[in-house]
Write a protein that binds this ligand. Structure first.
Ligand code: CP
Length: 336
């Protein structure tokens, strides 16, 4: 139905302040976010004072699934914009008493907060929650579906590191593509920006069906390693049964890990990325993770700037006017 397509379109949601997916997010929106993140970077690097763009606003972090980087990064981003931040995790919340996700987000909204950041183990949970809300909802990762701020920070970091647009850039993503929301968001945004994408892994983790996303699927890491400018390593998502059908970890490592030995066969200007958490000695050797090609900690730092940009624009678009001002006559769920 046309109505359903419109409701699930990334641009449609972002126009109203909710960031649910990078699939079909227009280039203009990506560049607007990058420009804003670029302006936020000196604040993250403590070269400029904190902003007051979200002063008087309240951002609620609802993390129903484990996280270190994303949770702290959103809290730090909100704080650097002058917002008040409340973080709720599944442990210690009424989710443990059986309260549903929709009841939880509606109750949080009823307290007068300005935006909700949500991580959830179920694919599609972000869209379901956003449909029930009048305030913006930022997807901080939903199941195997999307992790849009991770994709944004990855693309922003690549653009910053290579110093040119991503057109025709050879990018290789290695590992558990099938179960990875990071891979799905990276593929969406890097395709929009014109990169040349190859995914690498065993059939159980990188099936041929991924070609429908517009990527090449390769089994032999060494066959594509020498051409790659960016190598993005992913961990096996054991919590999403990603270990099935790969044989032993030793076998996996032999074929698909970026080892110190394999790193010597990369082109001189090739760079290494990983969204974290890294399983050192499984998909990535410590020498490479901590070596001169690694962008890993730059990804993390840039993530705060990207999330500042996302929160500022979300509240500007989906906001309720001045802090404390009522949202008017529109009831929950009507805004979208
Ligand atoms: N990259 C990422 O999402 O890390 P966390 O799970 O620690 O948030």
């Amino acid at each position: 139905m046309a109505h359903d397509r419109r409701e699930s379109g990334s641009a449609h949601w972002w126009q109203r302040g909710s960031l649910l997916s990078l699939h079909d997010l227009p280039t203009s929106a990506i560049h607007e976010l990058f420009d804003r993140a670029h302006a936020c970077l000196p604040v993250v690097e403590a070269e400029e004072p904190r902003r007051s763009t979200l002063a008087g606003r309240t951002i609620v972090n609802l993390f129903f699934e484990d996280s270190t980087r994303t949770r702290v990064s959103f809290a730090q981003a909100a704080s650097l914009c002058g917002a008040d931040v409340i973080t709720v995790t599944a442990t210690g919340s009424s989710v443990n008493k059986g309260e549903s996700t929709l009841d939880t987000v509606r109750n949080v909204e009823a307290m007068g907060v300005d935006a909700i950041v949500m991580r959830h183990a179920a694919s599609g949970a972000a869209l379901n929650a956003a449909r029930a809300l009048a305030i913006p909802l930022i997807n901080a990762g939903d199941g195997r579906h999307q992790h849009p701020t991770q994709g944004l920070l990855d693309a922003f970091t690549i653009r910053q590191a290579i110093g040119r647009p991503l057109t025709d850039l050879p990018v290789v993503i290695v590992g558990d593509i099938l179960n990875s929301r990071v891979a799905r968001s990276a593929i969406a945004i890097l395709s929009t920006l014109g990169a040349r994408l190859t995914v690498v892994g065993p059939p159980a983790l990188a099936p041929r069906s991924l070609e429908t996303l517009g990527v090449a699927v390769e089994r032999d890491f060494d066959a594509v390693l020498g051409d790659a400018r960016i190598v993005m390593m992913l961990r096996i998502q054991f919590e999403r049964m990603g270990g099935r059908g790969i044989g032993s970890l030793r076998e996996y490592r032999t074929r698909y890990a970026l080892t110190a030995a394999r790193e010597t066969r990369m082109r001189d200007d090739a760079l290494v990325m990983h969204p974290g958490p890294v399983n050192r000695g499984v998909e990535l050797d410590p020498e490479v993770a901590d070596g001169p090609r690694s962008l890993i900690l730059r990804q993390v730092r840039n993530g705060v700037a990207i999330r500042m940009a996302v929160l500022e624009l979300a509240v500007e678009r989906g906001g309720r006017g001045s802090p404390g001002e009522p949202r008017g006559s529109e009831g929950p769920g009507r805004r979208h």
